[in-house]
Structure formats: C-alpha cells, structure tokens
Design a protein around this ligand. Sequence first.
Ligand SMILES: *Cc1c(COP(=O)(O)O)cnc(C)c1O
Length: 530
Amino acid sequence: MSMNTQGRPTAPGEAGERFRPKTFTGNRGLDMEEPLIFEFGGLETSGVDLDEPDDLEFELGSHKRTASINLPGLAEPEAMRHFVRLSRNNYAIDSGLYPLGSCTMKHNPRLNEKMARLPGFGDIHPLQPVSTVPGALELIDELAHWLMVMTGTEAVAMSPKAGAHGELCGMMAIKAAHTAAGRSPEIVLVPESAHGTNPATAALLGYKVVAIAAKDDGTVALQALKETIAKHDGNIAGIMLTNPNTCGLFERDIMEIADLIHAAGGYFYCDGANFNAIVGKARPGDLGVDAMHINLHKTFSTPHGGGGPGSGPVVLSERLAPFAPLPFIRKTVDGLDLVETEAAVYDGERPFGRMTAFHGQMGMYVRALAYMQSHGSDGLRQASEDAVLNANYVRVGLQDLMTLPYGERPCMHEVLFDDSFLKNTGVTTLDFAKAMIDEGYHPMTMYFPLVVHGAMLIEPTESESRASLDLFIATMRDLVMSAQRGESERFSGAPYLAPRRRLDETGAARKPVLKWTMPEPAEVTPVAAE
Ligand SMILES: *Cc1c(COP(=O)(O)O)cnc(C)c1O
C-alpha cells in the first residue's frame, strides 16, 4: 500500500478497489444529487427581510398580482450551493478537451473577459444616446474592418446573433440583390455534406433546395454541379457551400465553383463556420465568395453557451454590400454615424430591412477584438496552423485503428472517421461515444456529416497541448482495442460513471419540458365530524 510522508495510506486497499458503497444521500463523493430548485426551496419562505410598506399605492390597476408567483425561497448559501453543484455536472471547455467537430468549443482567453467587463463596454445600454458611445461605435467599426481585411470583402453586417442567423442575413441580401435586378430565381444549390442550417435557411426564404452530390473524396462533384446548373438554367439564386467542408476537407475546386455559379447568374454563399482553419492563409473574397457568416464563437474565441449570446457577422462582396441590413455604421468627416432607419439611408444604400432590435452583441465584439489584437496577424495565422496541425496529429495517432472514409490524406481543422472499425464488435457508434463519457471526455460529433456512415468528427482545436492530445489519443486507442477484444459490456451500458445514464435524447428534443409545474396537492380525506 502506498503511504504519504506522514504514513497515511494514499490508495485504497485490495477490498476498497472492488467495493462501491450505495450511499444514503445518493451523492457519490463530489458528484452530488441535486433536486430542482423548486423541489427544495420552500415556496412560503423568503430570503428577504424588509418591513411591510405602509400606504403603498398600487398603480398597476387590473395588472395587480393576486396569486403567489411561486418562486422558491432560498437563503444565499443555499442558492449558491445549488448552482455550484449543478455547474459541476456540466462538461465544459474549462474542464477538459471538447472534441466536437465543426461546432468546436474553443478556449475563451481570460483577457477577453476582462476587456468585456470594462465599465465603458459592460455598462452601456442600447437605448443610450449615440453621442455618448463613440468608443463603442469605434470598436464595432474596428472589428468590422479586421473581419473585412481577413476575408477580403467589402462590407460586413454586424448584427446577426449566430451562424444560422448570419446565414439568413446573407441569403436575404442575396434575395434583395436578385429582386433589385428584377429577377426571382427559385433554386438554391446545397452540397450533400452541408450543415443542416444551410438547406433550412434557403427553405425558410422560400427557395427550393437542390442537393449536389459529393465525389468519392468527400468534396463537391464538379460534374454534378455543372449538370444541375444546366438543368435549372436561369433559375439559380445561388449556392451555399461550406469551406473547409464538414468532412474537414478543403474544397479545392472552390474558384471554379464560384465561376460556374456567377456565370449562371447566382451568388456564392459560403458557410464560414470553419473559417478558423484558414484565417491568415486564404481570403474567401479572393476565392469568389459573395457572402459568408463568421461564427465569432468558433473562430475568434468568444464563448458558446446554449446557443447564445452569440454573434455571427456576415461579410459581403461589393455587389451585395448595398443590401446590408440596418443598423450599420457609416464613416463621415465628423466621425462615425449609426444609421438606424430607412429615412437616414443615402442613395445607393438599399438595406433589406433589419435582423435584430439593436446593434448586435457588444460583449462578443469586445471579446473577439481583444482576441485578434492580442494575437496579431502572425498569431492568428499560427492559431489556424495549430488547429490544422492538432487535427492531423489526432488523425495520424488513430488512423491505424480507426477508419478514415476518405483515405490517409491530410485534413484541415477536423478529422472525420467512420465506424467501419467497429464492424462485428457489436459496439455501435453511440455506445462508443457513451464510453468516452466514462473516460471523462465529451463525445465527438457523431452521425454527422450524413454522407458518411457512422461519422465521428473530431476537432481538437489549436489550444490543446501535446500532452492533452496524447492522453486523448491513448484513451481512444484503449477504447477501440477494448471494443475489438469483445469487451462489449464496457460500451453497451455506458456511461456507468455519469450522474445519469442514457437519457431519452429524442424525447427531450421533441417534447422538452421547459416549465416546472407544481405537483397536485395530495388529496386529504376529511375526517367525518362526529
Ligand atoms: C456551427 C455551424 C453553423 C451554425 O452556427 P451557429 O452559430 O451554431 O448558429 C452552420 N454551419 C456550420 C458548418 C457550422 O459548423
């Protein structure tokens, strides 16, 4: 038995290895069972200790509340513990490697957080007079400037709140440009490997989506594209293409694709979610892109968080620039002006409308600019290079055991495996992913992109150290070998060590229960009076 310097044992003895106590509390050490706040916070108690106000005149008329609002009453330490305990059940980028492909979580540098909390940025309000926030306008303009420089484009709409929202914005600009030219083409081309938000965006705007097949190497089939364009001659609004694509591969024919679409009278929408792989290497504007959203949370280190608060600025080519939505910043001789209404636009500016109530996500703008400025152009280029290097390090570390659908060619920022290596093991892709949870890893992206059977898409990101990648690779190798040795129990019931086992994920997505309702009070039978 190993002892520390005071002679105390530092590891359990033989028997201790095997025994797992069933605890009275349901807690397992630091892994706490935590009820809903409504279940333990008494509705009758209040943590507030104020005198009842005298002579208070209610001015709410019929809006005066009559029933209790049923907020749980907790003392500060109880509230604090509740949320801290819950937070410990969360897997987070700050607790371990987060290998999600495409929708990568990146480290959020603490410097960005410090900048975003500066009172001059953190405490401003969107309804404040514009004359009181020249610094904020300058920051938005500066960020916009660098986004245009990095992408080689002419304009940027800053207000969209996420990648998908940016897609909608870019496609609305494309639709507005067609309308302004007196055209109304009906079709948007979307490659098979596209992220689901691409066809959804096109469909939301009333376009018909036509899929373009992929070649055996995972990139767009030019021949199929040419045939589809010929078939729908004159009716093509544009193409939505992700580059690098969702198989982690660079679309080498991108310039030819751009030429074909432009010759067909369409616009080239690029899904820029994976821009983190090419920053400082290639400028989408030079490749023929007309519109592209940038997920600040995927490329410029701003936090994700349950879908928000996000920011997905859209860069636009010269041809689409006039259609950028309100509000936008205009440079004048007297400084920066915020153009907020149709009445304030100049000739030549033809905004298609507006996407958001206010100006966008100020907190994310500050973080993204802090990230850019702290890295500089050489640092941003290196971040892209490291992202690609790390993904290839994982690829090479696993390619002899796991299967690569497109062969052993280099990938970009993410590496795509398929599940053929699990054939005849009885272990499914889902089981494999669940076993990763027991090892303390968030699973990779699974079953996406749909073009590959049992896809497993891994994006380690640039911020993982070599030691962290080595441990991840070793863990994955151990899992693969265990599956191939037939240790199916390790997988079929996994996760064994998480606070909950397998949940009804489909049910949770389709029929989410988002509101707590008070259980019916138990029926009390009145005792008959004598
Ligand atoms: C993440 C992602 C999107 C959507 O971005 P959100 O900010 O999550 O709305 C679109 N396309 C691709 C390829 C993505 O990875």
